[in-house]
Design a protein around this ligand. Structure first.
Ligand SMILES: [Zn+2]
Length: 200
């Protein structure tokens, strides 16, 4: 069964490398695809809320500490606004390195557990085990489990991709894309090829 709160199997290697946008908001379509339309910290999905504005763009290394790198794609993350607010300007372990299946897992009660110091620190700093967040995850896991047994169409709607997959082939970053092969791996391209999974 696909669990909506299972972290990626391994550390995240960036597949996209757009460069040169003046406004970091222009990186949003790339980040949406890069992080599979989910919060990089808590795995909440875009499709579970009514507005894309529920997701922010975060500078992993805070701009205040390093004003010269505000729009460096590799420094940008895609968190939900709750996690973005918890992180704020604080330094945290890199979630791309620390939050993966080997280091973090979830129990049926919705609480996250960790194997490494860095993952535990990330959970603590982002307040990912706040009781309301654990209840949210527990609730969604129950809904996913029930829909899988009782309503396959609902199951696909809960775990499917959003309809508005960004067509990255149409975008032209001002200074190019230093990881051009990633566009062929994008979800929009997968859908065009008929290879997009029904759920993830
Ligand atoms: Zn989040």
């Amino acid at each position: 069964m696909t669990s909506p709160f299972t972290y990626p199997v391994s550390r995240h290697s960036r597949k996209h490398g757009p460069e040169g946008y003046a406004a970091y908001e222009s990186y949003r379509p790339w980040l949406r695809d890069e992080f599979a339309f989910r919060c990089v910290f808590c795995l909440t999905r875009e499709t579970w809320g009514p507005f894309q504005a529920q997701f922010a763009i975060d500078h992993f290394v805070p701009v205040r500490a390093h004003p010269s790198i505000p729009a460096n794609y590799d420094n940008l993350l895609y968190p939900c606004i709750t996690c973005n607010s918890s992180k704020s300007d604080r330094s945290t372990p890199d979630p791309l390195m620390t939050l993966h299946e080997e280091s973090v897992w979830i129990e049926r009660d919705g609480f996250l557990h960790s194997k490494t110091t860095e993952a535990a620190l990330t959970i603590e700093l982002l307040d990912l085990n706040h009781p309301r967040k654990a209840e949210f995850r527990s609730l969604w896991m129950a809904v996913v489990s029930l829909s899988r047994k009782m309503d396959p169409d609902l199951y696909r709607r809960i775990l499917g991709f959003p309809d508005d997959l960004p067509n990255l082939k149409r975008l032209s970053p001002p200074n190019g894309n230093h990881r051009p092969a990633g566009v062929d791996l994008s979800y929009h391209t997968q859908r065009q090829r008929g290879e997009l999974p029904a759920i993830y």
